[in-house]
Write a protein that binds this ligand. Structure first.
Ligand SMILES: *Cc1c(COP(=O)(O)O)cnc(C)c1O
Ligand code: SF4
Length: 451
C-alpha cells in the first residue's frame, strides 16, 4: 500500500549526526584514538586558551592572516578564551571565519564592534540581588547559586563575564571561588527563607564541580524541606559530552542526587546550553542517552547570536535535533548586553521572526520561549511582551510586575543593524537620554490607552 506524501518538505536531516573519528582532520589530533578523545581528563587537559596553542593545534589548516586576526581578537577580548578539543574538532577549518562554533569561542579582531551605550558591566544586576556572595535571589520562589567561577570552556558572549574566568586586561572579576564558608552561608540563607522552592546550581559551570561536591551540594539542598526543585546548570553536555560517558564517578554522583530527590518528591534536573545543531554528534547522542536512561531530565537554554543561530533553517534543524536526543528546548535568550561582543548580538525583530517560524515545526513542548533578560534587573521577559518597540532606535521597553510594578526596562538592538536614521540618533551622546525618554513616553501612552 502506498500513501500520498503529505509533507514533501519534511526531512530527517536532524537525525544525521556526525560520527566516526572526525577529530583526526585536526593536525594535533591526527593520532588521537577514540579512547583518548572520549577521555574527559584528556579533553580538560587539552583545552586551548592561547593563540599559540590554537596555532599548534590547527597548524596549516589556517592562514597566517586568520591567526593574526585571532591574536588581535584575543588581545581585545574582555573575556578569557577556553575551547575544548571536541569543539575545535567540530569547526569547519576550511572556512573558520564563517563557522558558528568558531564564532562563539574564538574572537576575530576584524569583527569586533563598539559596545552599545546602554551597556554596564553587570548588565543584569545579579550582584545587587545577592544576599550572600554568589547567591542571587531576585524572584520570590527561586534563586541562582553560583557555586564556583570556572567553566570547561569560556563563551565569548557570557553574561557572567564579571565573575567567570581569570582576569583579562579588560575586566576585573568578582571572586567566586569554591569556598566552603560561602556555600555554608548560602545554605543557611536558603534554609532560613521558607518561600524559596527552586535553586539553580550554576557557576561557572556544574561540570567543574567534583563528584563529591555534586553530592555535597545536592544533599545539602535536598535536606532543606521547602526546596522542591533543583537544577544543575552546565554547558558540559554541549562542549564536552564525553564526560558523561567516561566520568562515571561524576555521573553516578548526579544520578544519586536525582534518585534521592525522586524518592522524596524533589525534582532534580540538568539544564544545559547547546546553541547550534553542529554541536550535536553521535558522541552527544550516546552521552545524553546515559542521562535519559537514568531518568535525568535535560532542558536547554540557548543564546541567540548573529551569524551563529539567527536563521530559521538552523533553528528548525536545531529544535528537532535537540528533541531527537531528548533535550527540551526551554529558553532562547536574546543576547544580553555584554562588553566586547556586539558583533554577536542581533535584534528583537529577529527573535520575533524566528519564534514564529519555529512554533509548529515540532512538538510544542520542544518549542523554546524567546526571552530578553531586561537590563537593570527586570529579569527574563517574553520577547513578545514589550510595551513598545522602536524600529528606528531599536529600543524595546518592557515591564516586570513581579520585580517592580512601576519601573520600565529598556533593551537596545545593536546599532549597526539599525536604519541610517536610527544610527544617526545614537551618534550623539547628548541624544541618548532623549531616545530612552521618547521610548518610555510612547510605552506609557500605549499602556494608558489600554486603560
Ligand atoms: C534565570 C534566573 C532564574 C531562573 O528563572 P526561570 O525563568 O525559572 O528559569 C532564577 N534566578 C535568576 C536571578 C535568574 O536569572
Ligand atoms: S559555560 Fe556558561 S557560565 Fe561558563 S562561560 Fe559559557 S555561558 Fe558563561
Amino acid at each position: 500500500m502506498s500513501f500520498p506524501n503529505r509533507h514533501p518538505e519534511a526531512t530527517t536531516a536532524h537525525r544525521d549526526l556526525r560520527a566516526g573519528e572526525f577529530w583526526r582532520r585536526v593536525p594535533a589530533y591526527a593520532d588521537v584514538d577514540e579512547a583518548t578523545f572520549l577521555d574527559h581528563r584528556w579533553q580538560m587537559r587539552q583545552t586551548v586558551t592561547k593563540p599559540k596553542d590554537l596555532y599548534a593545534t590547527v597548524q596549516d589548516l589556517v592562514s597566517p592572516e586568520f591567526i593574526a586576526d585571532v591574536e588581535d581578537g584575543f588581545r581585545r577580548s574582555p573575556m578569557s578564551v577556553r575551547v575544548s578539543p571536541y569543539m575545535l574538532a567540530l569547526i569547519d577549518w576550511e572556512n573558520p571565519a564563517a563557522d558558528p562554533i568558531r564564532t562563539q569561542f574564538i574572537p576575530l579582531g576584524s569583527r569586533l564592534l563598539p559596545d552599545h551605550p546602554l551597556l554596564t558591566l553587570d548588565s543584569l544586576g545579579e550582584q545587587r540581588d545577592a544576599p550572600v556572595p554568589g547567591l542571587t535571589h531576585r524572584y520570590p520562589d527561586k534563586a541562582l547559586f553560583l557555586t564556583l567561577d570556572t567553566c570547561p570552556v569560556y563563551c565569548r558572549f557570557c553574561t557572567r563575564s564579571y565573575a567567570v574566568g581569570v582576569d583579562t586586561d579588560e575586566v576585573e572579576k568578582v571572586n567566586l571561588k569554591v569556598d566552603r564558608e560561602r556555600w555554608t552561608k548560602a545554605f543557611e540563607y536558603i534554609a532560613a527563607t521558607p518561600y524559596l522552592e527552586d535553586i539553580v546550581v550554576s557557576g561557572g559551570d556544574a561540570y567543574q564541580l567534583k563528584a563529591s561536591q555534586i553530592t555535597e551540594i545536592g544533599e545539602g539542598l535536598l535536606r532543606i524541606p521547602h526546596i522542591r526543585r533543583i537544577r544543575f546548570a552546565t554547558k558540559g553536555p554541549a562542549v564536552m559530552p564525553m564526560k558523561l560517558l567516561t566520568d562515571t564517578e561524576w555521573v553516578d554522583a548526579l544520578t544519586r542526587v536525582v534518585d534521592q530527590g525522586r524518592r522524596q518528591s524533589t525534582e532534580v534536573v540538568l539544564h544545559t546550553h547547546f546553541n547550534h545543531p553542529n554541536e550535536i554528534t553521535e558522541i552527544t547522542r550516546a552521552a545524553l542517552d546515559v542521562l535519559f536512561q537514568r531518568g535525568i531530565l535535560v532542558r536547554n537554554q540557548a543564546v541567540l547570536q548573529r551569524r551563529v543561530n539567527d536563521d530559521l533553517d538552523t533553528w528548525r534543524l536545531f529544535v528537532r535535533r535537540l528533541g531527537h536526543i531528548h533535550v527540551h528546548p526551554y529558553y532562547v535568550y536574546v543576547h544580553d548586553l555584554v562588553r566586547g561582543v556586539e558583533d554577536l548580538r542581533t535584534t528583537v525583530a529577529t527573535a520575533l521572526e524566528l519564534e514564529k517560524g519555529i512554533r509548529g515545526a515540532t512538538a510544542g513542548f520542544n518549542s523554546p520561549v524567546f526571552v530578553v533578560d531586561a537590563p537593570g534587573g527586570g529579569g527574563k521577559r517574553d520577547v513578545h511582551s514589550f510595551e513598545y518597540y522602536d524600529a528606528e532606535t531599536g529600543v524595546s521597553v518592557y515591564r516586570s510586575p513581579n520585580v517592580d510594578p512601576t519601573k520600565l526596562y529598556f533593551y537596545g538592538d545593536p546599532i549597526d543593524l539599525l536604519p541610517p536614521s536610527g544610527r544617526e540618533r545614537w551618534r550623539d551622546p547628548a541624544e541618548h537620554p532623549r531616545i530612552l525618554e521618547d521610548a518610555a513616553s510612547r510605552a506609557r501612552s500605549v499602556l494608558g490607552s489600554r486603560g
